[in-house]
Every structure is written in C-alpha cells, then in structure tokens.
Write a new protein. Structure first.
Length: 450
C-alpha cells in the first residue's frame, strides 16, 4: 500500500467512492453498447440464417444477461469491493480460483476485450474519412488507430475516475439516444419489409447456433464490468444492485429493437454480408448522409465502451495486488489523481499488444470463451455463500430474485455455451482453457515464492 493511499472504508476498500447511481448505470450501459451491436449481427446472421432463430438467440442472450445481473445484485451488495468478480470468486471458492481469474484477465481477457472494442472504432473512423478499412494499406492501419484509441482512454482514466465518469455519462446517453432514433426512423421512414422476418436464407445448424450464442454474449458483455468498480460506487448496497438491473434491462431492450430494425431494412442474407450493418441500415434510410452519421455514432459508442472497459478492467489487477496475489506495486494509488495508475498502464500495454496482433473475431471469441467460466463461477458463489454464511449469520442487503432457479439457469446456460464452443472450435477454445489451467502451477510458484 502506498503511503499516500486513503484508509480502508467499512467495506475494506481504499479508492474514493465517487460514482452515483446514474454514473454506475452509465458504466454498465457504456461498457456494453459498443462494437457488439454494430458489428456482431452480421456474424450471427451468417451462423444462424433464419430470422426467428436469430431473434431467439438475442432474446436468450438477453435473458442470460438479466439472470447474471440479478445474481450479481446479491453479491455486489454483499461485497461492494474493487475487483468484483475476483472478490466474489475468492469469497466463494478461495484464492486459487480467484488467482486463475486474475491470471486469465491478465493474459487473455482484458487485452482481448480492449482490442475487440477498439477495432470497430478504428474501422468506422477510417470509413468516415473515406478509406476502406477492409483493403490495404488501411486494413493494417486499423490496428494502429485502435492502439491509439487505447492510449487515449488510458490517459483519461489515469487522471481520475470523475472525468472518466463524466465523459462516459455523456457518451452513453448520446449513443443510446442515437440507437433509439435509428430504430424509430427505420420503422417510420425506412423502405423495409416485414416479410424479412419470415424469409430464411438457409438451414440452421445446432452447432452453429451454440457458436453464434458466443457472439451474442460478446455483444451483451459489460453488465459484469460494473462489479469491478464496486469499490468506487457511493451507497453501494443500494446503488450497485439497482444499477445492475436497470442497466442490463436497458441494454436488452435496445438490442432487441435494433436487431428488429436491421432485419426490417435488410433481409437476413444481406445482414450476413454486412459487417458494418448499422451503416448499411442507415444508408437505406438517409443515403450517404446516413453512413456518415452512423460512423460518428459508432465511433462515440465504441470509444465510450473502450473508456468503460479501461475504467473497470484495471481494478481487477489492483484488487489482486492488494490481496497479495500479484505484484504489490500494481496496487499503487496515484497521490494526486487517486487512481490505480500502475494497473491502468499495465492494462493499456497489454491491450495495445493484442490489438496489433489479432483480428476482431479472434479477439472477441477469445474474450467470451475465457471470461464466461469465471462469470459462471462467480454466480455459483451465491450457492456456496448461502450454505457457508447463511443470511441469518451474514445478512444480505439484497437477495437474488428467483433463487435458486435464476443463478442455476445462468450457470447451466454458460456451461452449454462453452461446451458448444469447445466442440465447434476445439483448437482456439482448447488453447484458451489451456492458458487458464496454466495458472495453477503459476499460483503454486507464486505462493511458494511468497
């Protein structure tokens, strides 16, 4: 702990609590609505080329996100600490699984997330300037522009959570309103057809359905990120559960409406061939002006999500270091800005390396496969904590609605999704699992060294 660090509060955290309810909602919504809803509908339409099953996937993903948010509401109110999922896993299952989560965040998850979020930002920026990001030399420039975006968001987070939260609030409101406006215009003045909802482009494969769910969950991911800044939310026993539920519900609603608008404007076979589907949908309404407008919206959206991910992710490494499971220097708090500056710099560096070396789809799939085992493990901590520390021993400010069905559904659905990913793509999924398991000897070595 640095000499200039503030003392521990009553929940055991030492970062200042500066985020109110709506800032917490903005962190969740801002961290979620990014490149996913603008980029992944084409991937999902290609893997599931029938409208009703495709919509079923988005609904299923939304229900899973809500189940996860309802489950985390109990854990977040019980342990409103920096690190979120790391803390829940440690409390429920001990230091080894918690270390594996931090290890995976360090080597796979956070850097992949930053790269996958920054890539659509760079693509739309280049497209708005009149360059084709799919062709040389601009295909290579995408990686460098994305790296610069990571540097910019790291700098904003370095100088304080208050400025990051203010920027996140403004950009989150802007991109949510822009998506709502796109939906409204699609049905009001768009030259689409409701016949697109029944016209399939091909058969649906069960295996590809499960693989498409991985992409859907990438688009929905972000609801769990709020837990990572639990140590900086004011009145956390009330605000964290409310923000989790309100934010997740708002994201599910706008995602379903956006996909309905896309499909109304574009038949599913065209959606599958449209990586920048929001731009193509807007072009069908407003012509070239619509493309430019959507490019600006996507840039704001993805930059906002990148800012949210850079705000939340470093708190995991900070919590690990504060808990003695990582180098103590990573837990340093800046004496002036009161931010975990070493953890922010480490996260940004890893994100830059990954975005320079990987493609969007590689980064997105790697992220989902690596993080969801730990999302499920953290949700399962509700069961172990209820048994070991029942409510009459450790009172719960909030309890899971629909317990035990809601957390059980989330855990089982996550296991199904991961099993499908392993079956359909054993090489990349297996490599991700191998990296996670390599953390076991690393943990033994770390504890022996200490």
């Amino acid at each position: 702990m640095s000499a200039s660090a503030p003392p521990l509060d009553r929940w055991g955290d030492r970062l200042p609590r500066r985020l109110g309810l709506w800032s917490a909602v903005a962190v969740l919504v801002g961290s979620t609505i990014g490149g996913g809803i603008f980029r992944t509908p084409a991937i999902i339409a290609e893997r599931v080329p029938a409208p009703l099953p495709m919509f079923g996937l988005w609904i299923l993903g939304g229900l899973l996100a809500l189940c996860g948010a309802l489950t985390y509401a109990e854990l977040a109110a019980l342990y409103p600490r920096s690190g979120g999922v790391f803390v829940y896993i440690r409390q429920g299952f001990g230091p080894l699984p918690a270390f594996l989560f931090g290890w995976s965040e360090l080597l796979l998850i956070r850097a992949s997330a930053l790269g996958a979020i920054a890539t659509p930002f760079a693509e739309y920026l280049l497209r708005s300037l009149g360059f084709d990001p799919a062709r040389p030399p601009y295909a290579g420039a995408v990686h460098w522009v994305a790296a610069l975006a990571i540097v910019a968001t790291a700098a904003l987070n370095y100088v304080g959570v208050r400025w990051s939260a203010l920027f996140l609030n403004v950009t989150t409101a802007a991109k949510y309103a822009a998506l709502a406006l796109l939906v409204l215009m699609a049905f009001a003045v768009g030259h689409g057809s409701f016949a697109h909802y029944t016209a399939a482009a091909g058969p649906v494969s069960g295996g590809l359905f499960g693989l498409a769910l991985v992409s859907v969950m990438w688009a929905y991911d972000g609801w769990g990120d709020l837990s990572f800044v639990g140590g900086e939310v004011r009145d956390p026993e009330r605000n964290l559960p409310r923000a989790l539920i309100l934010g997740a519900a708002a994201v599910v609603a706008i995602y379903l409406l956006a996909n309905a608008a896309y499909l109304y404007l574009l038949p599913i076979d065209r959606m599958a061939q449209s990586p920048l589907v929001a731009a193509d949908a807007a072009q069908s309404i407003l012509g070239r002006f619509g493309v430019g407008l959507v490019a600006v919206v996507v840039m704001v959206a993805t930059f906002s999500t990148l800012l949210g991910s850079m705000l939340t992710g470093p708190r995991i490494f900070f919590a690990m270091a504060d808990d003695g499971l990582f180098f103590r220097g990573v837990a340093r708090v800046h004496p002036r800005f009161q931010t975990p500056w070493v953890a922010i710099a480490l996260t940004a560096t890893l994100g830059i390396v990954y975005v320079l070396l990987g493609s969007f789809q590689e980064l997105a799939d790697r992220f989902v496969v690596a993080i969801f085992p730990f999302y499920a493990l953290a949700a399962a901590a509700v069961f172990t904590l209820r048994r070991r520390r029942p409510p009459d021993v450790l009172p719960r400010p909030v309890r899971v609605v629909g317990y035990p069905v809601v957390p059980a559904l989330f855990v089982l659905a996550t296991l199904y999704m991961l099993g499908t990913a392993l079956w359909q793509d054993p090489l990349h999924t297996g490599l991700a699992f191998a990296v996670i398991l390599a953390g076991i000897p690393a943990y033994r070595l770390w504890t022996w060294r200490r």
